[in-house]
Each structure stands twice: as structure tokens, then as C-alpha cells.
Design a protein around this ligand. Structure first.
Ligand code: HEC
Ligand code: HEC
Ligand code: HEC
Length: 425
């Protein structure tokens, strides 16, 4: 009799821990999905508690503050049911019925599967520490303060479609499409926006999808990678794309601008299988004809002018004295340490803001599990005048196969003033 009780108790214990283990697995899966969706990037203020909100997101409508999505019942989403959570994430509908602004990328998240939503909910309710911390109120001017207006925006612009795998494509490509179009919301930066601030396309059916654009003046390159030759990602192999997303660097480029946060908080945590799926999917998208590029033979001309070092222009001289030691006369740098300037999207972008900012302020690669070393480029703000930087940037934008517009002293001066204002508080 005693032994029956004992085995009963043991059985109860076993099933108890089996349930707890299921719970733990679900929460861990939800934590990974939150990485894929990069929820922490927007929902954390600089230096603040993860997911407690309060980060200011600058949009064309005005400044929008992210909200506290920790499970605190008063300042967070602790009282959200799973259905309410799903409505907020996939349809931009807050629990009180108000409409969210599309600074929250719900048009992309509408593709998240029910299964992934379920794990995400378990993680936010049970895996995230509650933080009692109110986020600042978003207060846009009229008419954007009228949240009900978003009903029309959603009707006209938003894609509220669930994800439909292509039967003709491999599992890897379908997984990649799900991650890029859905959770990864890559299009929210890499797709141009239309007159209503909506992304021009939300999936591979349109050539505008992931064709590149600009983010607060910084060029955002195209991710359409189906080609064997450059410029940009079109000349990268699947492994080059994987390296960039996992380590923030590859044999051509080093990550900068807002992509640095994407790598640091999201893509460097993705499994190899998921990174390869993303790369395989991007390799199915046909790029549009390259802009701002000269024929390949032009590369050697610049290199030999710099090597001969006769009758150099101001820009060429500044390059040799300050940049050549690391980026070399051929502008090709050194694998995984010094990025390529020939054909790099940050150099040839329509807007020179990323290039000038990098020259003035310097840059560093993020430290990630697979790429722990931090590669540093010094800033030149104290060493070079606006005139020298303008001449240098103009040279680099037209050197080798690059064929982008000249830069003026005035443009450099404006960015210098902006950076100085930013670092003084
Ligand atoms: C690109 C920035 C961005 C990302 C990425 C992002 N959010 Fe948001 N989210 C916002 C902003 C901004 C708001 C508030 C919008 C508003 O006030 O209209 C918001 C609102 C929300 C809300 C509504 C909360 C409330 O009560 O107001 C939830 C829930 C939410 N986000 C969950 C998530 C989850 C889960 C993820 C990851 C899968 C995520 N968000 C990723 C920017 C983002
Ligand atoms: C918050 C905006 C933002 C989001 C979201 C974003 N990116 Fe980026 N991405 C950028 C910017 C800006 C650059 C340019 C980086 C630079 O100048 O060094 C970039 C560069 C890249 C590059 C390098 C291309 C080249 O030609 O140099 C790749 C690859 C890339 N992103 C992939 C992705 C993928 C995949 C996703 C989604 C999982 C994604 N990005 C989401 C802003 C973003
Ligand atoms: C001491 C070596 C060194 C010197 C000198 C140097 N750089 Fe760099 N540069 C780097 C490293 C390392 C990176 C990668 C850092 C990053 O972007 O995360 C980089 C990145 C860049 C990038 C961004 C590339 C990308 O793929 O996003 C540009 C543009 C650039 N450098 C231009 C210049 C110019 C122009 C000069 C001369 C004023 C210069 N660099 C001088 C080491 C150097």
C-alpha cells in the first residue's frame, strides 16, 4: 500500500516537472522569437530596463514613444490576454481599442504564425521581469493625434495578411521569407516609403521590396541579392550575408548606422540555420540596375593614380595621408578588418550623410558571439577641416568604380554641427 502511494507521489512529481519543462521550453522559444523580431531595440530607452519602453522614435509624423511591454499590470502589458496581445502585435490594436502608430511594425508582424505568437506571449508574461515604469506620452500634433484616423491608414496602406509559403520554393527559402517579411521587419528600413509613410511593398511580389532607401539621411542599401557581381550585396555569397548578420562584418563590409543595433540585438543571436534561410531568400530577389557605378576597369585607374602620387588633387592627397594605410590604394581594405570602399553602399549612397558621419566620428564593429573583436576606425573631426573632408568625400565617391555626386563644405559643416550638438548632452 505504502509503495503504491510512493509511486503515485513520484508520478505526480514527474508530471509536475514535465509540465514545468514544457513551460520553460515555450518561454525559451518565445525569447528566441523576440530576438528574431528585435522587440528589445525599440522598447528599451537608451540605458534603460529592457522592454520598459520610453525610447523616442523620430518619424515624419513626429516623435513617438515606445511603450512598456513588461508584464507589469499597471504600466506594462500584464493585464493583456493572449488575444489582446496578438491584436496589438499583428494588427496594431491596443487593448483599450485605440490604434497604434505604424512606428510599431505591425504591418510586417501580421505574418507571425499563431504558434509563434503563443510562445511570444508566454515569454512576455512569464520570462520578462515586470518593471513599474510609465513611458512618456506620445503627443503628436493634429491630425496625427487622432488615433482613430489610423483606421483609414490601415484600410488603405497596411498589409494585414498572414504568411503564405510558396509551394515552389524550398523550406529554407520559405523560412527566410517568413523571417525577412515578417518577424525581422527588414522592409521597415530597407523598403522606400510612399506618400502616406507606408512601405511601398511588404513582400517579394514587388520589385520595390527591399530595394533600399534612406533613414534619417543615412543610406540604406538594397537587399536584393540575386546576381553574381556587385555592387553591394548582389556580389556577396550566401556565406558573406550570413557573416555580416552574425558578426557585423564580412570580407567586404562592416556594419554601421542603425543596422549596428539590428546586428547587436537581433541577427547575431539567430541560429545558423535561420541566417542561411535569410540569405537564401535574399538571393532569390532580382536587383534593379546598379546606379552610381562605373565599369570595373575604372578601379585600376584610381589605384595607379594614387600609387604614382603625381599631381594629386586635395581629396586624393587627404586619402593617402589619412585613409590609405587601412583602406589601401585599391579601396579594398583587408578581409573582415578594414571594409571595402569600392562599391560600398555607404560610400555610393545618394545621401553622403553616412560617409561624412563615419569620417568625422569614426566607427566600430559591434562585438558579437561569433565576432567578438571590435574593429575600430578613428574619427577625423579634430584632424581635418570641412574643406578637406568635402574634397576627400568627393574623391572617395568618385574613385574606383564609384560614381556618386560631389559633397560640399557646407554639407560637412552641417553634419559636424549636428554631431557636436548630439555629443554635448
Ligand atoms: C521599430 C520599433 C518597434 C519594434 C521593433 C517593436 N515595437 Fe512594439 N511598439 C513600438 C511603438 C512605437 C509602440 C507604441 C505605438 C503607439 O503609441 O501608437 C509599440 C507598441 C507595442 C504594444 C502595445 C502596448 C501598449 O499597450 O501600448 C505591444 C504589445 C508591442 N508594441 C509589442 C511588441 C513586440 C512583442 C515586439 C517584437 C515582436 C515589438 N513590439 C517590436 C515600436 C516597436
Ligand atoms: C532599423 C533599420 C534597419 C532594419 C530593421 C534592418 N536594417 Fe539592414 N541596414 C540598415 C542600414 C542603415 C544599413 C547600412 C549600414 C551601413 O551603412 O554600414 C543596413 C545594411 C544591411 C546590410 C548590408 C548591405 C550592404 O550592401 O552593405 C544587410 C545584409 C542588411 N542590412 C540586412 C538586413 C536584414 C536581413 C534585416 C532584417 C532581419 C535588416 N537588415 C533590417 C538598416 C536596417
Ligand atoms: C586605422 C585604420 C583606419 C583608418 C586610418 C581609416 N579607417 Fe575607415 N574603417 C576602419 C575600420 C576598422 C572600419 C570598420 C568599422 C565599422 O564600420 O564598424 C572602417 C569603416 C569605414 C567606413 C564604413 C564602411 C562600411 O562598410 O560600412 C568608411 C566609409 C570608411 N571607413 C572610410 C574611411 C576614410 C574615408 C578614411 C580616411 C579619412 C578612413 N576610413 C580611415 C579602419 C580605418
Amino acid at each position: 500500500m505504502k509503495s503504491i502511494f510512493a509511486s503515485f507521489a513520484a508520478l505526480a512529481c514527474l508530471t509536475g516537472s514535465a509540465f514545468a519543462q514544457d513551460d520553460q521550453d515555450l518561454i525559451a522559444r518565445g525569447a528566441y522569437i523576440s530576438r528574431l523580431g528585435d522587440c528589445v531595440a525599440c522598447h528599451t530607452a537608451p540605458g534603460g530596463t529592457p522592454y520598459a519602453g520610453g525610447r523616442a522614435i523620430i518619424s515624419d509624423l513626429g516623435t513617438i514613444f515606445s511603450t512598456n511591454i513588461t508584464p507589469d499590470p499597471r504600466s506594462g502589458i500584464g493585464s493583456y490576454t493572449e488575444a489582446q496581445f496578438s491584436d496589438a502585435v499583428r494588427h496594431g490594436l491596443r487593448a483599450d481599442g485605440a490604434h497604434l502608430y505604424p512606428a510599431m511594425p505591425y504591418p510586417s508582424y501580421s505574418k507571425i504564425t499563431d504558434e509563434d505568437m503563443h510562445a511570444l506571449y508566454a515569454y512576455f508574461m512569464k520570462g520578462v521581469e515586470p518593471a513599474a515604469q510609465a513611458s512618456p506620452q506620445t503627443d503628436l500634433g493634429f491630425p496625427f493625434n487622432q488615433r482613430w484616423g489610423m483606421v483609414f491608414w490601415n484600410a488603405v496602406f497596411s498589409s494585414s495578411t498572414s504568411f503564405a509559403p510558396q509551394t515552389a520554393a524550398s523550406d529554407a527559402i520559405n523560412r527566410g521569407a517568413y523571417l525577412v517579411e515578417g518577424l525581422g521587419h527588414c522592409g521597415s528600413c530597407h523598403t522606400k516609403r510612399g506618400f502616406g509613410m507606408q512601405e511601398k511593398a511588404y513582400d517579394a511580389k514587388s520589385d520595390a521590396f527591399l530595394a533600399g532607401g534612406e533613414l534619417n539621411g543615412w543610406p540604406v542599401p538594397s537587399l536584393r541579392a540575386k546576381a553574381a557581381t556587385g555592387p553591394g550585396i548582389a556580389g556577396w555569397s550566401e556565406q558573406d550575408i550570413v557573416d555580416y548578420l552574425a558578426e557585423g562584418r564580412n570580407r567586404f563590409a562592416a556594419v554601421g548606422g542603425e543596422m549596428k543595433d539590428v546586428v547587436a540585438h537581433s541577427s547575431s543571436y539567430m541560429s545558423d540555420q535561420d541566417l542561411h534561410a535569410i540569405a537564401a531568400y535574399l538571393k532569390t530577389l532580382t536587383p534593379s540596375a546598379p546606379e552610381n557605378a562605373k565599369p570595373a576597369s575604372a578601379a585600376a585607374e584610381t589605384a595607379s593614380r594614387l600609387t604614382a602620387a603625381k599631381n594629386l588633387t586635395l581629396g586624393e592627397r587627404v586619402y593617402i595621408d589619412n585613409c590609405g594605410a587601412c583602406h589601401f590604394v585599391d579601396g579594398r581594405g583587408g578581409q573582415k578588418i578594414f571594409p571595402t570602399l569600392d562599391g560600398a553602399s555607404i560610400v555610393t549612397g545618394k545621401s553622403p550623410v553616412g560617409l561624412i558621419t563615419t569620417i568625422l566620428a569614426g566607427a566600430s564593429t559591434p562585438s558579437t558571439p561569433k565576432g567578438p573583436s571590435v574593429n575600430l576606425m578613428p574619427g577625423f573631426a579634430n584632424r581635418l577641416s570641412n574643406e578637406e573632408i568635402a574634397a576627400l568625400a568627393t574623391f572617395v565617391r568618385g574613385a574606383w568604380t564609384n560614381d556618386a555626386d560631389a559633397v560640399s563644405d557646407k554639407q560637412v559643416g552641417e553634419i559636424r554641427t549636428h554631431l557636436e550638438a548630439g555629443s554635448s548632452h
